[in-house]
Ligand binder design. Structure first.
Ligand SMILES: *Cc1c(COP(=O)(O)O)cnc(C)c1O
Length: 223
């Protein structure tokens, strides 16, 4: 773990930008160390892994879910998740609402948009999102609250392409805010930026950056 890098990133962030420490594939001990250093918001992309860590770590940790969420896994995170960044379909949002009702709470959510070139990435298109927002069924979801949008840029060395994709997401955020969420004061989060591209994301208006490997070191997916 690189505490110096963590401090460097934190002190470089302008007011209004929060750092989510992405701890996926990393042991609870690493999270505990960063917690002792003052970090409270952690991001995970597997529901069962998040649940296991939630059970053994301090209860004032804010757990952010950032990966593709399967509906049969919602139950592992619904009681305590602070923010789901990765709502990528209407059916997922409806299921999250059901589990929020069961847990007698409101679950804050971000709508994930597909802004990258890669087909493998998840997320709404503008048209899909509008169709959802205009449906009467959407209005009836009382236990989810939309706090903003999230997106991932293309994995490329072309910085200008990355910048354009973040600008596109920022525009989507503004358009949704004026057209659909002007009465929702919680609609204020623009989750974009990871280890390789967060300086561009911050320059383009990000409010939540999701940083993993710069802080915790490279991930070993084979363990
Ligand atoms: C893994 C992951 C991150 C963090 O990636 P790093 O490059 O390690 O900073 C951020 N966002 C999402 C959605 C991720 O899956």
């Amino acid at each position: 773990m690189n505490i110096e890098k963590y401090d460097e990133i934190r002190t470089s962030l302008p007011d209004g930008v929060r750092l989510i420490a992405v701890s996926k594939f990393k042991p609870a001990e690493d999270i505990a160390l960063l917690y002792q250093h003052g970090q409270r918001a952690f991001g995970e992309n597997h529901a069962q892994e998040m649940k296991a860590k939630h059970e053994v770590l301090p209860k004032d940790i804010e757990w952010h879910f950032i990966g593709h969420l399967q509906t049969n896994k919602i139950k592992y995170i619904a009681p305590y998740v602070a923010l789901i960044h990765s709502i990528d379909s209407f059916s997922l949002l409806k299921e999250v609402n059901k589990f929020a009702v069961k847990n007698e709470r409101t679950i804050p959510c971000l709508l994930q948009f597909h802004i990258a070139d890669e087909e493998t990435k998840f997320g709404f298109s503008w048209e899909e999102c509008v169709e959802m927002l205009q449906s009467p069924e959407f209005q009836q979801l009382k236990n989810v609250k939309i706090h903003g949008v999230m997106g991932m840029a293309t994995f490329t060395d072309d910085q200008e392409q990355v910048r354009r994709e973040f600008q596109h997401l920022h525009q989507i955020f503004e358009d949704l805010k004026t057209q659909y969420f002007s009465q929702n004061t919680d609609f204020k989060e623009l989750s974009m930026g990871m280890t390789e591209d967060y300086p561009i994301a911050v320059a383009e208006g990000s409010t939540l950056i999701r940083i993993g490997s710069a802080i915790f070191g490279p991930r070993n997916y084979n363990v």
